[in-house]
Design a protein around this ligand. Structure first.
Ligand code: SF4
Length: 355
């Protein structure tokens, strides 16, 4: 294609966005075409994707804060992770944070304008006692701060998921990370099916699902497409899109597959295949999107503020400035999950019926 043809591409992406807004679920070939978008068409793709983002999320940006409640010492072998047993990365290693530490970090999350506080722990999965510890802290957080709470604790049993739900946990994060086909290439100690099972028990316990992936681990484009379509099938409410941050000492330390334009196309892929879901630009944002970070928010509607699990992010002030410069606004404090919205709506309906 000649560069002079670029303006006509506008219509192609615009039609695709219109189809999505009319309820069409993209098939694998359509989804793959987004990743194959020529760079010269990227502005048109972003403009079209922004129509979909704006339709469902306006110009709002939801902020999330992470707390690594238990770091390192993990017996699993996920190739991208600095906390795994096969990683030599120099990271802080500690057992569970106590209640005071988790509450203090909830306070900081609220102060940082976060809507959601994510409690994350390394490991294959928690013990029942560890789940009780988290549940106790979550009850106190919910009684004190206007925060949604998301827990990322590894593989969960049905009973553990029910304990978390009863404590008021809004969501559980458990990333599928990549396609079922590519999963054995990045982890041998648990399977893709194990991860899907955890998503299932979380859903059955009545919590929302947060599940996403990591772009740039050596997967094919078709793996990324498969992941996006699997998340759609699972009706995942929240999709964190990570870009591999190759950390020294991990098996993937030498991978260098990404450029910022491809990262934007990946964000468009997740938005257009999962139009109503929250799409969050997650780990690796600063490293891989670099100067194109703001454009990412034309597809995504959410960011992590401050640091990631074992890597540094840019300052919250830089994020606020970026959002303001785009003319976007930070979503106010929670809790207002889909569940809360539904409860409010049904309360409103009851009031109407009673009047
Ligand atoms: S299970 Fe979690 S903490 Fe452990 S290696 Fe995998 S991603 Fe890292």
């Amino acid at each position: 294609m000649n560069d002079r043809d670029a303006p006509s591409s506008h219509h192609r992406w615009d039609h695709l966005a219109s189809d999505v807004l009319n309820g069409h679920a993209l098939n694998a070939a359509e989804a793959q075409s987004i990743l194959n978008c020529p760079d010269v068409e990227l502005p048109a793709l972003l403009a079209a994707t922004y129509r979909v983002r704006h339709h469902f999320w306006g110009n709002e940006v939801q902020l999330y804060s992470l707390r690594n409640a238990k770091s390192g010492l993990c017996p699993e072998d996920c190739g991208y992770c600095s906390q795994s047993k096969v990683s030599d990365a120099e990271i802080p290693k500690y057992r569970w944070n106590d209640e005071a530490t988790l509450l203090e970090n909830a306070r900081i999350a609220a102060e940082n304008k976060s809507r959601t506080y994510c409690i994350v722990a390394s490991g294959r999965g928690p013990t029942d006692r560890e789940v009780e510890h988290v549940a106790g802290v979550v009850r106190k957080i919910k009684a004190t701060y206007p925060l949604n709470v998301c827990c990322c604790l590894g593989l969960l049993t049905a009973g553990q998921a029910q304990t978390l739900a009863a404590a008021g946990v809004d969501r559980v994060n458990h990333n599928l990370n990549t396609s079922e086909r590519y999963y054995p290439e990045i982890c041998s100690t648990h399977t893709y099916a194990d991860r899907v099972d955890t998503l299932r028990v979380v859903r059955e316990a009545g919590m929302e699902l947060c599940s996403g992936g990591i772009v740039g681990m050596g997967e094919r484009q078709s793996d990324l497409v498969e992941l996006a379509l699997s998340l759609r099938e699972l009706k995942v409410e929240s999709i964190p899109v990570n870009f591999l941050h190759p950390i020294d000492g991990t098996p993937l330390e030498k991978r260098d597959d990404l450029n910022p334009r491809y990262c934007l196309k990946a964000l468009c892929l997740f938005r257009l295949t999962n139009p109503e879901s929250e799409i969050r630009i997650a780990g690796g944002r600063e490293l891989q999107l670099r100067w194109l970070q703001p454009q990412g928010l034309y597809a995504a509607n959410s960011l992590f503020v401050s640091d990631y699990l074992t890597t540094k992010g840019q300052t919250p002030e830089d994020d606020y400035r970026m959002i303001e410069d785009l003319g976007f606004v930070i979503t106010g404090p929670g809790p207002e999950t889909a569940k809360a919205k539904a409860a409010l709506q049904s309360a409103g309906q009851e009031a109407i019926n009673a009047s």
